[in-house]
Structure formats: C-alpha cells, structure tokens
Design a protein around this ligand. Structure first.
Ligand code: FAD
Length: 409
C-alpha cells in the first residue's frame, strides 16, 4: 500500500465498536453531513452486547457531576434528549424520578452538598425529612432524602438497535463479526485489518471500543496514557418488586460515585439490586470463572492498578465480601430497605465497567476524548455515558468532520 497516497477508500469515517457511543457517533455523522460514508466494525454478532446491553438502564439526571464537566453538561442535555428519542421512536422508557437517601448522620452534609450541586447543574430537587420519604417509597427508611424528578429508565439495547437501523437506512454500513486486529496509520488515513484478514481503508478512524479502547489506541500507535481497568458490577433481582416503586440510591461515596448498592425498578417492572463492584479477571469477565490471563497480566502490569489497590483496599475488601456472601449483600440492601431478606435476592446478569485509570492510580472522572493524527479516541465513557450518548456522539462526529475538513475532503 503506498505510504503517502491512497487511491481507493472504503469509507470516509471508520468507527470501531457498535455500542451506544460508537453508534451515536456514526448516527450523528450521517445527520450532520449526509453523504459521508460511514462504516462501523463490531467484533460481536450484533450491537450492544457489552456495556450498553448490560447496564442498569437508568437515564441519569446529572446531579452527581462537577458543574462544567463534560459529564454534567452531557448528562443533563443527554437525559432530556434520550427521553425525547425514546418517545419519538417508540422505545420503552419512563421518567420515574429517584430518591437519594441518607441512612447515617455522617452522610447528611454530603446529601446537602448534592442538593447544591443539583441546583448548580440546573436539576430540580426536593429535600425530604425522614417522614416524607414514605410519600415516594413507603418501605424505604432513612434520616433524610432528596427527590430528583428528571431521572428515568429506558432500554439502552433497544436505543442502540434503533441507532444501528437508522444508520444503515441512511446508507451507513455495519460489519458484525469484524474484530479489529491491526491498525496501520498513514498520512492519508488508516488501513485497518480485522481478525479474519479483511482490510478497510478510511480517511478517519474513530475508536469507540469501550472495554478495549486503550488496546485499540495502542494498535494505532498512540500512547493513551491510561489503561482500562475492568470492574464487574454484580446484581440481584428482587423477588418482591412491590417493595420499591422507583429508583432508590444511597448517598454516593465521593471516591467511587458509581458504587453503593441501589434499587432500580426497570422498564420491565422488575427491581434490580446492586451493584457490588469487584475487579474483573477479563475485560469481558462477567463471572469469577471468566479469566483471560493475558488481559489480567496487562491490568496487573499497569502501575495504576496497584496504586488503586493500595489506596482503596479497605473499600475493595468490603465489595469482595459482598460478592462472596449474599448475607453481607442483603445487609447492605437493608440499610435502605429493612424488609429485605436474603431469600429475596436472586442472582441477575452482571456487567463490566470500562474505567480508565492513570499511571498514578487516579480514576479518570470525566469523559475523555483524545485526538491523534487522523484519529479520534474515546478513552473514558463510563456511566452516565449511555444517558449522555447522543451529545457524546455529536461531539465525536464534529471532531471527525473537522479532521476530514482539514484533510480537504
Ligand atoms: C454494570 C453497569 C451499569 C451501568 N449503568 C448505567 C446506567 O444506568 N446509565 C448510564 O447512563 N450508564 C450506565 N452504565 C454505563 C454505560 O453502559 C456505558 O457508559 C456505555 O454503554 C458505554 O458505551 P460504549 O459504546 O462506549 O461501550 P460498549 O457498549 O462496551 O461498546 C463497545 C463495543 O466495542 C466493541 N469492540 C471492542 N473492541 C473491538 C475491536 N477490537 N474490534 C471491533 N469491535 C470492538 C465491543 O464488542 C463493544 O460492542 C453502566 C455500565 C455498566 C457496566
């Protein structure tokens, strides 16, 4: 293949990953610049088979995130857009509202700080005393709570499938069973080789590979400066869903805002309880038995993994204990919902979060999108990235179109 020139491109923009982020980016490209040739490569047999199809299905309000951060801006905007998108396309969804409940006195200052943060992010919240909690959730107990009206639930797998259909209807292409194994970047663009030997040439590459995004960045020759450390979230279904009407969360730990056992009534009417977060032994390790020695060795070779372990071992030990003991898990649930018994918890499918970790052990908090020559990498898109996927997709598409314009296309 010539180094400085290419006579035949298979597409203008090549997106790796048919999760909700890659599909949103591809969809946004066809909307912002009709006629742009977009191809998506996905290693699985269909869309949304990893994080997008294994999450809690919550449309997050944006209350937790630092004002001005991408997470805060995109979640608030994205939540409203996601509700509208689902309504317009007949996708199951509901705006249920959510309670954040303080069960210990020491949590009260953090609950008040959340009220403040919510107001800064433009989110309507109502403060509740202990007795008022029952107006929303008769079986939940706490010292105080806040009610956030804009939180909802939806089926993100269905959203992703709809995006995929819209993309192909607009002339885009999705190739399933196409695992990207090598990336060759040239001055004219990229040539990508899949595991079965096919080569796709594109002017711009967009990396939305979720749990594998750092690997794909390295295949392209870029040092992403982070590694994905996979955390498995383990869940149960509540055998007595009538105990919970909507969404009930504890006050988050500032070090791990995505953790803390919560209760979520999904669009199917079932109540999901969890997560418990433990290190996954493979990037797509949905059970303790799923071990990939090479991936595990990669995680252990990253200094940041050890620094997290040293800094947070006490917290991690609690999570491990709850992973191995249903009784300990039920104790955690009972802080919010005293009537729950161990027998009310039935194991449900787990999910694995792609969390970017820096060399010094810092968990990257905000969404992280990086550009390299002819390439856009999405390197950190954890929760609430499903909620925020439509604005994230537009941002990625804008950048890809900028690269195309700079190349004179
Ligand atoms: C347990 C859990 C609960 C969550 N709850 C919520 C929630 O309630 N609300 C919310 O907003 N967010 C939630 N999230 C976060 C949300 O699910 C993710 O932020 C979002 O799905 C990320 O989408 P993605 O497209 O980046 O990743 P993914 O959905 O993981 O998609 C990446 C895709 O890339 C493909 N891929 C990877 N490598 C290659 C390769 N080499 N070649 C080809 N294809 C490749 C994968 O097969 C995959 O399909 C949760 C996440 C988890 C794990």
């Amino acid at each position: 293949m010539p180094y400085d020139r290419c006579d035949r491109f298979d597409c203008d923009v090549l997106v790796i990953g048919a999760g909700i982020v890659g599909l949103s980016a591809a969809y946004a490209l066809t909307r912002a610049a009709p006629g742009t040739r977009v191809t998506v490569l996905e290693k699985e047999r269909g869309p949304a088979l990893h994080q997008t199809g294994r999450n809690s299905g919550v449309i997050h309000s944006g209350i937790y995130y630092r004002p001005g951060s991408l997470k805060a801006r995109y979640a608030v905007r994205g939540a409203a857009e996601m509700v509208k998108f689902c309504a317009e396309h007949g996708i199951a969804h509901e705006v249920t509202g959510k309670l954040i409940v303080a069960t210990e006195r020491e949590e009260l200052p953090r609950l008040h700080a959340l009220v403040q943060r919510g107001r800064e992010n433009g989110i309507p919240v109502r403060e509740l005393g202990a007795a008022q909690i029952a107006e929303y959730e008769p079986d939940v107990r706490g010292l105080a709570a806040i009610h956030v009206g804009t939180t909802g639930v939806c089926d993100y797998g269905a959203v992703a499938r709809h995006l995929a259909e819209s993309l192909t209807a607009a002339g885009g292409e999705i190739r399933y069973g196409a695992e990207v194994a090598a990336v060759d970047r040239r001055p004219w663009g990229v040539a990508v080789r899949t595991a079965d030997g096919a080569v796709v040439r594109a002017r711009v590459l967009v990396n939305c590979a979720g749990l594998h995004c750092d690997r794909v960045a390295r295949l392209a020759g870029d040092d992403p400066g982070m590694r994905i450390v996979p955390f498995r979230g383990e869940y149960f279904d509540l055998a007595r869903p009538e105990l919970v009407r909507g969404l009930v969360y504890p006050v988050p730990d500032p070090a791990f805002p995505f953790l803390g056992v919560h209760l979520t009534r999904g669009i199917d009417g079932g109540v999901h309880v969890g997560p418990n977060a433990v290190p996954a032994l493979a990037r797509e390790g949905y059970a303790w038995s799923a071990v990939r020695p090479r991936e595990l060795a990669g995680t252990l070779a990253w200094p940041g993994s050890w620094r997290i372990a040293r800094r947070h071992w006490r917290y991690g030990a609690g999570e491990l204990h709850r992973s191995l003991s249903r009784r300990a898990f039920a104790d955690a649930v009972r802080r919010l919902l005293p009537d729950v018994a161990e027998a009310d918890l039935r194991p449900a499918p787990a999910g694995v979060r792609a969390q970017a970790v820096l060399r010094d052990g810092t968990l990257v908090d905000d969404f992280l999108i990086r550009e390299a020559p002819r390439t856009i990498h999405v390197l950190n898109a954890p929760s609430p990235a499903a909620t925020a996927s439509l604005p994230i997709g537009r941002q990625v598409a804008r950048r890809a179109l900028g690269v195309l314009a700079a190349a004179g296309v």
